[in-house]
Design a protein around this ligand. Structure first.
Ligand code: COA
Length: 713
């Protein structure tokens, strides 16, 4: 055993074993390349190179990952020395071979570190990638220069633009790594230390290497193809355009020039709206399921088997989502007709998946076999979590919860998938209110990533923690929200759709409203979305739930008029739009236009031309305004939670960072003033929320609310 030396702040360790110096990056949880790690790495590598007894320097990561990239939390300010490029220059220029020993995640700066090493090996579990564009950034430590020299411009651009990590086996196939270390790193390093021919080191310095003739011949087509795919798939992505520019610039010329250009592009991206929005989303997603301080140490309950009550569309989707994540599911459905239909629908789902090549038949069979139907509610007795997805009626749910309470174990968590009912009232039907909460899936539940985790007043911290962990396990983005009508997602969408309907009453067409919002970046407009969800659902709510209507406020009858004619949207071929039989394309509907025109006459509105800006202001500022009320009422813990809900639940453009990050960019003062002006013209629904008014008055944005202590406990 050799000596051991800690890097600055103890984040990088140096140990010599025989002729090999092991440099271990230890910065949990993902070994991000923080300033301290860069300094430690430089110190340890320099010490290893200077040690006359060392013939090979091996760099590896401690814990579950090699290195998951630069430290994103440092990217809100200029990077502090040492510069990663200087550290990499020391490594690449070393007269002793340096080998990157990867495992787990080798992403972003982690892969760039490996590219500067002379050899690269990875255990079979390794994921290698340059995901920077998903954060609105580009590789900033030589990745755009070195990767094309190792795998060719086409493969490099694909990795950078798609941002999807590749497995070690694929990395070996494309020449990114020298070996897959099936027996771990040590044997490969020992072999290399004994056999390395130092004269080959120069060829292994990728940064200064010329492109091969074959690589050179592919360059022009690869760049053109990359630009074309960005135009088609990511027209909003300045980061991807900047990455292509950096790759192109780095293909010839000196390493130094390429690194200067790459860094300039990186810095421009780092401060761009897109970069700030996407980095905000990265942290907001991770913060969303974090419990308030004090709850954090609570032990989670372990969830092995899940029960689902109800095999309608929602129950089936939930069962598919859970079984797809490897968790066994038992489904109870009292209606035999619905149970049979569910069997057929689930079988059809897997048939479709295999026919379209999305799943192989064995995998489909394995998932299907995890879904078991039981005949009685007592059949769910062994579940650790039961999710009720029955008919949306309080008496029905109360009965189910009382029955479940009597048959399941004392620690079993009971969840309701209600979207409108009071979770507290449901919890009180049981003797275990601390083990009851809401789990609000979005339809189709096996596809949509958002999961609202509803905390009722009596919900225990351990229950919430277990639910948050479960959400993560089944691949959902869980967000903890409070128990109030509509929770967070639907509460906001009601205001957004309400303004859309008023705009149509005043003269816009549903198509014009939808086009404006699609132009903004939404995947579909409010009317196409309502038609897809089915207009009858909201109609039922308007009739049943008093909170949906206010006698003292303007109310549009348009949606009711469509429903009264049996026009429920896509499924009936007619709604806000018209649909060809079996089709999903929203076509303008003269019949709906006629209903709208007659209603305008009835209520005395003379249609006017409505500008796109007005459509965006009214629909989107209504969302922001309702979010302020939600924060004020403590229904969401952080503005970022609301951004996560809108990006994952409704496709709000991620690159704008969600509605509240976007509102900060537009200026809360401006949002407030526009709303205030509309309210002054009689639009009471647009009256600015008290919190928004205070923020505007004091010049505070949503990003500062937590720090100011204006929200949360
Ligand atoms: N910089 C700073 N913090 C990072 C980080 C990075 N590059 N990557 C992850 N983290 C933090 C997360 O914020 C999280 O912190 P928290 O526990 O305080 O919320 C923690 O590390 C764990 O990350 P998480 O994503 O929850 O873990 P995971 O095991 O699900 O996923 C990764 C691990 C590496 C796949 C994922 O974190 C990831 O994709 N990271 C970013 C990779 C990247 O884009 N690199 C390029 C940066 S320019």
């Amino acid at each position: 055993m050799g000596k051991s030396k800690a890097g600055s702040e103890g984040t990088v360790r140096l140990e010599r074993r025989g002729a090999i110096a092991w440099v271990t990056i230890a910065n949990p949880p993902v070994n991000a390349l923080s300033q301290a790690v860069r300094a430690g790495l430089a110190a340890c590598v320099e010490a290893a190179i200077a040690d006359p007894d060392v013939s090979l320097v091996a760099i590896r990561g401690d814990g579950r990952n090699f290195v998951a990239g630069g430290d994103i939390s440092e990217f809100d300010a200029p990077l502090q020395p040492p510069d990663m490029n200087d550290v990499l220059a020391t490594i690449e220029g070393s007269e002793k071979p340096v080998i990157a020993c990867m495992h787990g995640n080798a992403l972003g700066g982690g892969l760039e570190l490996a590219l500067a090493c002379h050899f690269r090996i990875a255990t079979p579990d390794t994921r290698l990638g340059l995901p920077e564009v998903t954060l609105g950034l580009i590789p900033g430590a030589g990745g755009t220069r070195r990767l094309p020299r190792v795998v060719g411009a086409e493969a490099a651009l694909r990795m950078i633009l798609d941002a999807a990590p590749i497995a070690a086996a694929k990395a070996f196939d494309i020449g990114l790594i020298d070996a897959v270390a099936v027996d771990g790193h040590e044997p490969v390093c020992e072999r290399l230390a004994a056999t390395i021919d130092k004269t080959t080191l120069a060829e292994r310095r990728v940064g200064t290497r010329a492109l091969t003739e074959v690589q050179q011949a592919q360059v022009a087509a690869a760049i053109a193809q990359a630009r074309q795919s960005v135009r088609e798939r990511w027209p909003w992505s300045g980061a991807r355009r900047a990455a292509i520019d950096a790759v192109e610039r780095g293909l010839d010329g000196s390493l130094a020039d390429a690194l200067v250009q790459e860094r300039a592009n990186f810095d421009a991206c780092r401060v761009s709206g897109e970069g700030r929005a996407l980095m905000h989303m990265f942290f907001a997603e991770r913060a969303a399921t974090r419990l308030p301080d004090g709850d954090a140490t609570t032990q989670g309950l372990s969830i092995g088997t899940v029960g689902v009550v109800g095999a309608g569309t929602m129950g089936r989707g939930i069962a598919l989502a859970i079984a797809g994540a490897g968790v066994p599911v038992q489904v109870f459905e009292s209606d035999t007709g619905r149970r049979d239909a569910a069997h057929v629908a689930i079988a059809d789902h897997f048939k479709g998946q295999t026919e379209r090549g999305r799943m192989n038949p064995d995998a489909a069979q394995a998932v299907m076999s995890r879904i078991v139907f039981v005949d009685t509610i007592a059949g769910l007795a062994s579940s650790d979590l039961v999710i009720e997805a029955a008919f949306e009626s309080l008496p029905v749910k109360l009965e189910i919860f009382a029955a479940l309470d009597a048959v399941v174990g004392p620690d079993t968590i009971l969840a309701t998938n209600t979207s409108t009912l009071d979770v507290d009232a449901i919890a009180r039907a049981t003797c275990r209110p601390d083990r009851v909460l809401g789990l609000h899936f979005f339809s189709p539940a096996n596809v949509m990533r958002l999961l609202e985790i509803i905390r009722a007043p009596g919900t225990g911290a351990a229950t919430l923690r277990a639910a948050a962990e479960f959400a993560r396990r089944i691949g959902k983005t869980g967000v903890i929200v409070g128990n109030a009508f509509g929770f967070v997602a639907n509460r906001m969408i009601f205001e957004y759709q309400r303004q859309g309907e008023f705009l149509v009453e005043e003269g816009a067409t549903p198509d014009a409203v939808d086009r404006a919002l699609v132009g903004f970046g939404m995947p579909m407009g409010p009317f196409a979305m309502a038609d897809m969800a089915g207009l009858d659902v909201a109609w039922w709510l308007r009739k049943e739930v008093p909170a949906m209507r206010r006698a003292d406020r303007r109310q549009s009858r348009l949606a009711d008029l469509l429903c009264e004619r049996g026009w429920f949207g896509q499924k009936t071929g007619q709604g806000w739009f018209r649909y060809e039989p079996g089709g999903r394309k929203a076509l303008p509907s003269p019949e709906t236009d006629a209903v709208v025109a007659a209603e305008r006459i009835r209520i005395g509105i003379k249609p006017r031309a409505i500008a796109e800006q007005e459509i965006l202001d009214r629909c989107l500022f209504a969302l922001v305004n309702e979010a302020a009320r939600i924060l004020e009422a403590g229904l969401a813990a952080r503005p970022g939670d609301i951004d996560v809900i809108y990006v994952h639940g409704f496709g709000f453009p991620r690159w704008r960072g969600g509605p509240l990050k976007w509102a900060d960019d537009v200026g809360v003062g401006h949002v407030h003033d526009v709303l205030r002006d509309w309210a002054a013209r009689g639009e009471a629904w647009l009256e600015p929320a008290p919190l928004l008014a205070r923020m505007a008055r004091e010049g505070v944005g949503f990003a500062q609310l937590e720090r100011k202590g204006w929200i949360g406990s």
